[in-house]
Design a protein around this ligand. Structure first.
Ligand SMILES: Nc1ncnc2c1ncn2[C@@H]1O[C@H](COP(=O)(O)OP(=O)(O)OP(=O)(O)O)[C@@H](O)[C@H]1O
Ligand SMILES: [Mg+2]
Length: 242
């Protein structure tokens, strides 16, 4: 497939999308290898969310291919993509506010079809997210913003993903919670889950990312290791303010 190594967990090639004729993504190719954290960076409106929505099956690409663990999934709907092992935690805190924390988590395990696996995952996420364990019976809508963000991520983990896509998870969190969130992302990754991380928090995300891509106007304009991108002059000027 266009010279992309077939051992990639996720291999996206030449992806394009337009909203009612307005092109948002024009030619995006990227990959996530097993065990990697990959950052997807770019200014507002660059096309990051549109790209990850196509990968997760929320939008059907106008053009291009998406291979996941050897399966061609471009155009497949979300519920099929989830079964292949991709979970998207979208922008904003989309928890079910009128449901308890524990019921939100159970909803995340719904696609599994195995009660035993759902129970194992529940025990695992409650161990990783002790704040949520303490608040199991609380209505999700009454959690703080940061806690709701943790819940959205924990719910994403309930479906046994092989790849988690996080769209701006640190948005609106205070710095200490951002630190905690990035540690949690590394912890999830250490358990063998690939991570595609869309972030405004460029410095912190490149510090934990194995590799990264920079998008501008619907295209990838730069890619490299997290370390190289942190030192890259364009990245420093555009995102780090120096
Ligand atoms: N539902 C929609 N209808 C029409 N245009 C849209 C829609 N969603 C996004 N767009 C447009 O597509 C372009 C890319 O948007 P996208 O949300 O993918 O950017 P982004 O990189 O995620 O930005 P941000 O950092 O602000 O979240 C923007 O110009 C946006 O206005
Ligand atoms: Mg976005």
């Amino acid at each position: 497939m266009n010279g992309i190594p077939t051992n990639a967990l996720l291999a996206v090639a030449n992806l394009a999308y337009a909203y009612n004729g307005a092109v948002a993504v024009r030619d995006v190719s990227l990959q996530v290898n097993p065990g990697e954290i990959v950052a997807l960076l770019g200014s507002n409106g660059a096309g990051k969310s549109t790209t990850v929505k196509m990968i997760a099956g929320a939008l059907s690409p106008a053009h291009g291919s998406i291979a996941f663990a050897g399966h061609a999934i471009a155009g497949a709907p979300c519920h099929i993509v989830v079964r292949h092992g991709i979970t998207l935690v979208p922008e904003g805190r989309l928890v079910f506010p009128q449901m308890t924390v524990i019921d939100n988590l159970r909803m995340g395990g719904h696609a599994l079809g195995s009660a035993a696996e759902a129970a194992r995952n529940l025990a695992r996420v409650l161990a990783i997210f002790p704040r949520l364990a303490e608040r199991q019976g609380q209505l999700a809508g009454s959690l703080s913003g940061g806690e709701q963000q943790m819940l959205a991520i924990a719910r994403g983990m309930m479906s046994s993903p092989k790849l988690m896509i996080l769209d701006e998870p640190s948005l609106g969190l205070m710095p200490t919670l951002v630190q905690e969130l990035f540690r949690l992302i590394q912890q999830v990754n250490a358990e063998g889950v690939g991570i595609l991380l869309v972030e405004q928090n460029v410095h912190q995300s490149l510090r934990i990312a194995h590799r990264g891509y920079v998008m501008e106007k619907g295209q990838i304009v730069l890619s490299g290791s997290g370390k190289d991108l942190l030192g890259n002059e364009f990245v420093r000027r555009a995102f780090l303010g120096h």
